[in-house]
Design a binder for this molecule. Structure first.
Ligand code: PLP
Length: 452
């Protein structure tokens, strides 16, 4: 018997948390009075005090179907009781993984042929990077190893993914990024002086500067989320990126970890611009967050090279939990429900309405720089001065003030780069969505009272 006593009061839970639990991006000051989640239902989360919060970010941009979906619980339970785990290594396979790969082929961006599964988005990023390098080496071009990414990007927290991430805080303190990663400016329409093509041309300049014979891949989120605060690129950007990658023999990796599975009103966001990537990576919404699963999809061109490799030069890559049967079963059920409830189309319609409402109420506000979004993914960027686009001084603590006001009104979400990010479940009711908008509007008006 364990001699650890189970805490009985909220204060005791907080103390146990403080002593023994390290949180993602840990700092103890943020855990002084944490919310202790207890359960969820639909688009609402409840804490142990019984308070309700609308889940404005679908957990961590991942709970696409909302909380408490019994179908997902049953899918996991069925798989757990039939075959909880079996490996897909070394000449073995299983039905949930095969079915999921087949299903993904039907919805993946054009040209994507075959799939590999991880447990997280970070592992998906590392898998893409290793695959791009392996591909060029297998083609007799071992010098093509550099990875070009963008400022304000977030690709994860493993050392490869953090090296690709374009926000320095994620690397500072851990020593230098891995060699061979470089970053070009983001096509951030609100802050980039130029159109989509001009922003994309910065990729060509970087490839030519480095030497195309040294560059393996360009990696980009279609909409920059966790590092940038919902940055939607201008039309023309990804179209030109594709041309540049083609003309310099550079692979294009689309990081659809946030934007995949209907979030932007398409199955995958690149569909908005009709672009085919060489590698697409995904995670989060594929299982609606109920169990962890990520992965990558590769083009037929890359698959052919994988299939044609000598046995001792194979793609030596894999994880114990790759193609975990329970995660694959939950993913299949998630995709079935997204399809059946027409949630991709719904995200497009609801997202348009949410954006319209926020623009109408806040588009004029002297401290709102921009209201932007794509599908059910929206951002409200706050600025000190709308005219100059100057950011708030750090002493103003805009993000923590806003967070407190949002929580007090019953909305949980994240503020990234002074931008209130919204990505509620794709199943959120119109009433809840309208409450989310009301709360955001009210909180902004309270924290950012216009000064005369
Ligand atoms: N890529 C993108 C675009 C992400 O938003 C994230 C996580 O937020 C990741 C990769 C890393 O995923 P994970 O946290 O599952 O490792």
């Amino acid at each position: 018997m364990s001699d650890i006593k189970r805490p009985t009061t909220a204060a005791a839970w907080v103390e146990a948390d403080r002593l023994h639990l390290l949180h993602p991006q840990h700092h103890p000051s943020e855990q002084q009075n944490p919310i202790i989640w207890s359960r969820g239902e639909g688009a609402t989360l409840y804490d142990t005090e019984g308070r309700a919060y609308l889940d404005g970010l679908s957990g961590m941009w991942n709970v696409h179907l909302g909380h408490g979906r019994w179908e997902l619980v049953e899918a996991a339970s069925r798989q757990l009781s039939t075959l909880a785990f079996a490996t897909a290594y070394a000449g073995a396979t299983h039905e949930p993984a095969i079915r999921l790969a087949e299903r993904l082929k039907k919805i993946a961006p054009a040209g994507i042929e075959s799939f590999f599964f991880t447990t997280s988005g970070s592992e998906a990023t590392d898998t893409s990077i290793r695959t791009a390098r392996w591909f060029w080496r297998a083609q007799g071009k071992p010098a093509k190893t550099k990875i070009i990414a963008r400022e304000w990007s977030y690709h994860g927290s493993t050392i490869g993914a953090a090296s690709a991430t374009g926000v320095d805080e994620f690397s500072e303190g851990f020593g230098p990024r891995l060699p061979g990663f470089l970053h070009i400016p983001s096509p951030y329409p609100y802050r980039f002086d130029g159109d989509g093509e001009a922003a994309a041309d910065l990729l060509e300049a970087a490839i030519l500067r480095e030497g195309p014979e040294t560059v393996a891949a360009f990696i980009a989120e279609p909409v920059q989320g966790g590092g940038g605060g919902v940055i939607v690129p201008p039309d023309g950007y990804f179209e030109r990126i594709r041309e540049i990658c083609d003309s310099h023999d550079v692979l294009f990796i689309a990081d659809e970890v946030i934007t995949g599975f209907g979030r932007t009103g398409k199955w995958f966001a690149l569909e908005h611009w009709g672009i085919a990537p060489d590698i697409v990576q995904f995670a989060k919404g594929i299982t609606s967050g109920y169990v962890p699963l990520g992965g990558i999809g590769i083009s037929a061109r890359i698959k052919d090279v994988l299939d044609g490799a000598e046995s001792d030069r194979r793609w030596w890559h894999g994880f114990t939990a790759s193609a975990h049967p329970v995660a694959c079963a939950v993913a299949l059920e998630t995709l079935r429900i997204i399809d059946e409830e027409r949630l991709v189309e719904r995200a497009a319609g609801q997202g348009g309405a949410l954006l319209g409402r926020l623009r109408e109420a806040l588009g004029w506000h002297p401290h709102v720089g921009e209201v932007r979004g794509l599908g059910l993914l929206a951002g409200v960027e706050l600025v000190a001065d709308r005219r100059t686009r100057a950011r708030f001084a750090p002493e103003f603590r805009i993000a923590s003030k806003l967070r407190a006001e949002l929580l007090a009104r019953g909305l949980y979400t994240r503020i990234v780069n002074d931008t209130i990010c919204l990505a509620p479940p794709l199943t959120t009711t119109d009433t809840d969505l309208s409450r989310i908008a009301d709360i955001v509007i009210d909180a902004v008006e309270t924290v950012c009272r216009p000064t005369k």
